[in-house]
Design a protein around this ligand. Sequence first.
Ligand code: NAP
Length: 294
Amino acid sequence: MGPDPGVSQLAAAFIGLGAMGAPMAGHLARRGYLKAVWNRSPDRAEAFTQENNVIALKHLRDLPRAAKIIALCVSRDEDVLMVIESLLGGLSAHHLIIDFSTVSPETAQLAAKKVRACGADFLDAPVTGGVEGATQGTLTIMVGGRPAALDSIRPLLDSLATKIVHLGEVGMGQRAKAVNQVLCAGINEAVTEALAFGSHLGLAMEQVIEAISGGAAGNWFLDHRGKSMIEGRFSPGFKLALHLKDLEIVAAMAQELQITLPLSEATREHYVELLQQGYGDDDISALYRLKRPS
Ligand code: NAP
């Protein structure tokens, strides 16, 4: 798709060119929205500028001069807060920060408070759909923040997502994403357990996956990770250490509510075990390692 005609009002910068951020920023660049990028490791930013007509800035503090819309997709809560802190000096009433990272609702609210104190605005906008969704521009975005702020950048978000759902004030996007991550944990447990069971039975698992994927047990994770899992390939995808980070956020939320989430808790323990074995950078389907026949 070519450049958007309203692009000049929607000049954007992107921070965090990882597995999700790079393809997302790529869509914005191709539509003509993206002006500048920043990445902690400069080589990733340089590689991005060689493929896209944008500049890589050395310092975060320079981004507000390059663009009114500043998007970020970094790993963890502390990374988001570090980025926000570095941007604050350059923010004014014209700026809108949109955070696609998955973090706690409290972090989103704290970031929004700091950004709004400068006169700018903030949306929490965690995404789902995996690296495949980021690459194809078919993500779902769960947004918290002022509706007018969301409406002002809808054309830009439309290049990233097929579904954009507004859930309320800042923090609500992250709450919805936490629900998503609980479900992903349960699906990962179910799929890895079932496929390991089939392997123990001595079945031809590729054919089993083909047979069951079209029925009531079919799901995205089985379709996208089933085959690679039984072949012993666990390249990310979604890093196990990052889903563990999400389940720690979920655990804190459950504790606050005085409820238990046994399935997520079991997954969290499994991930800790895998992390201790050195598999934190594997895809979450590496949970299969704990269950497959030895
Ligand atoms: P990733 O491939 O590990 O990339 C992480 C990005 O964050 C990199 O650009 C990294 O920079 C940057 N970063 C990490 N720590 C930083 C710090 N201290 N300061 C500045 N930048 C820092 O992770 P990802 O899969 O893209 O995930 C990014 C976010 O999206 C996470 O919150 C994740 O939970 C969420 N998410 C991921 C998926 C998925 O399927 N992968 C799906 C939905 C949501 P370097 O290049 O220097 O390491």
